[in-house]
Design a protein around this ligand. Structure first.
Ligand SMILES: NC(=O)C1=CN([C@@H]2O[C@H](COP(=O)(O)OP(=O)(O)OC[C@H]3O[C@@H](n4cnc5c(N)ncnc54)[C@H](OP(=O)(O)O)[C@@H]3O)[C@@H](O)[C@H]2O)C=CC1
Ligand SMILES: O=C1OC[C@@H](O)[C@H](O)[C@H]1O
Length: 502
């Protein structure tokens, strides 16, 4: 164990890295990123990490107000600024766009960026609903452009560490390895895979279902079908793999994920409370819970039950949501809790897992750069009844902190995004089968993941007695229709009763 002073220095280093205070030189021809929205989230999710990612550079920013865009560009040393998002998209020297806008506008502007030939990194939740996610991803496939949801937490070594402990199957967002024997396929097999950055030093990636994820890409273990090889078969294989229990906890029995934001954090004018911007706790915090559950425990759970607490004065926007999940034909149970009205003082994001041979608790899985712990308690089993069976004899608890090698989630997110944009760009005009396959698998992996998460989120809203969120354009149209409709007529398709639990 390092002495406290050394720990403090390491933590200082991590925070300095997070803030982009120690810039690194740019690689030749970095991916040129344009930022939509002169916002705080763009500062810490894109501008600060870009200072430390050699393969990416923020070259332009757009805001609805040109003066604000200019001020923001000056403050952050960005070369060009625009007073409209359209103008940013018309910039031929922008390769990729970061969409950091309110939820109800994600799909619209991600689609506009794709139409303009730009790759997209879009904030979570990917779109307002599943239907919109399908449309945007179909467009990305047609255009041959990367379109990724910004689930930054998954890029950190902590996520790989958890997956390796649990023996998680390779998640949908991790493309299957390129098995072509062409020269560039062989080269890409030697190069670090999409997830290479995840493998934390000192974290031993075990053999077993989670190994592919933890080891950073590579082949899907156990011969599980990859994306495009039959989603149903893949789902069944995922659950079978988890239950086969290659992980430290043995076969998994339950996974609970919560993301709780204290009520003091977002004032009443915040976008998260606005129906017309696809607000709500499920959208904001629940999307993380569902994504983490899907990634760690296996694809395609179903929502069994959900309940929402509506925001004061709203029949649509949820201040909190909780729900239960199941996987067909499996004893594994899932549950989640998402809140924007948490009574606690500090935000909390926690993963709790129980298996036949132990339990795991992980704190702060969203922002591990600021500190987290992973506590694993396992029981040795009596030999009687066969190996690994019988009653528990001894209990061991280990606690580890997995901060990673000094960079935060957003650094890892931008690094992988830039690398994958390069892969997709290389495939453009290439006749090399391996290069084309690698790019195609990247696009497919993002498409599957985004659509699956939005589908589950929609299902949670329905189970809670609410409707999937509307896009901002749909909400505007619904509001106009409501204004024209005779008194008493029900015209708002997003309205629902919810289940009032508080
Ligand atoms: N990955 C992460 O860690 C985080 C992700 N997020 C996600 O980022 C997105 C933005 O959230 P957040 O930054 O808190 O939101 P903000 O309220 O700060 O809005 C972000 C930007 O949206 C633009 N915008 C465009 N149209 C509107 C509109 N009609 N009303 C309000 N703003 C508008 C504004 O840009 P302009 O400058 O053009 O005016 C604003 O700067 C959300 O989807 C959220 O889920 C948020 C926080 C953390
Ligand atoms: O992405 C996010 O992460 C942190 C939360 O506080 C925030 O609400 C959310 O948008």
């Amino acid at each position: 164990m390092a002495p406290p002073a050394a720990l403090d220095l390491m933590q200082l280093q991590r925070v300095a890295n997070f803030l982009g205070l120690v810039p690194v030189p740019k690689a030749p021809a970095p991916v040129r990123v344009g930022v939509m929205g002169a916002s705080q989230v763009a500062t810490y999710a894109m501008l600060w990490p870009a200072k430390r990612v050699p393969e990416a550079e923020v070259v332009a920013v757009a805001a609805r107000d040109g003066t604000r865009a200019r001020d923001y560009a000056r403050q952050h040393g960005i070369a060009r600024s625009y007073g409209s998002y359209e103008a940013l998209l018309a910039d031929p020297e922008v390769d990729a766009v970061y969409v950091g806008l309110p939820n109800g506008l994600h799909g619209q502007w991600a689609a506009a960026a794709l139409e303009a030939g730009k790759h997209v990194l879009c904030e979570k939740p990917f779109t307002a609903n599943e239907e919109e996610a399908r449309e945007v991803q179909a467009l990305a496939r047609r255009k041959g452009l990367l379109c990724r949801e910004a689930f930054h937490y998954r890029e950190h070594p902590l996520a790989a560490h958890l997956a390796s402990l649990l023996g998680s199957p390779a998640p949908a967002w991790l493309p299957a390895s390129c098995s072509s024997s062409s020269s560039s396929a062989a080269a890409s097999a030697k190069a670090p895979g999409p997830g290479a950055a995840w493998a934390a030093p000192g974290v031993k990636a075990p053999a077993g279902p989670g190994a592919a994820w933890a080891a950073g890409g590579g082949a899907r273990a156990g011969g599980a079908p990859g994306p495009g090889q039959g989603a149903e078969a893949a789902a069944a294989a995922d659950v079978a793999e988890v239950l086969a229990g290659g992980g430290a906890l043995g076969p998994l029995r339950s996974i609970h994920v919560e993301v709780l934001i204290p009520k003091w954090v977002f004032g009443s004018a915040n976008i998260r409370w606005q129906e017309s911007l696809a607000g709500g706790a499920g959208m904001d915090a629940g999307c993380y819970c569902l994504h983490a559950i899907r990634s760690l425990a296996g694809e395609r759970p179903e929502v069994v039950q959900a309940e929402a607490t509506l925001a004061p004065g709203s029949t649509v926007v949820d201040a909190a949501m909780r729900g239960r999940l199941r996987w067909r034909g499996s004893p594994l149970e899932g549950s989640f809790a998402a809140s924007l009205a948490h009574e606690g003082l500090l935000p909390a994001s926690t993963i709790d897992v129980r298996g036949e041979r132990g339990s795991l608790r992980c704190s702060n899985f969203i922002m591990p750069v600021f500190g987290n712990f992973v506590q694993v308690t396992t029981s040795a089993m009596q030999a009687a009844g066969g190996e690994g069976k019988g009653s528990p004899t001894a209990t061991t608890t280990t606690t580890a902190r997995v901060y990673g090698p000094g960079e935060g989630t957003y650094f890892h997110q931008l690094s992988r995004f830039a690398r994958d944009v390069r892969t997709v760009e290389e495939a453009r005009g290439s006749a090399d089968e391996g290069t084309l396959l690698a790019a195609s698998r990247l696009l497919e992996a993002d498409a599957l993941d985004c659509v699956a998460n939005m589908a589950l989120l929609d299902a949670a809203y329905r189970a809670a007695g609410l409707q999937p969120r509307l896009t901002s354009a749909q909400a505007l149209a619904a509001a106009k229709a409501a204004a024209k409709a005779p008194a008493g007529a029900a015209v708002d398709p997003a309205a629902g009763s919810g289940t009032l639990v508080a």
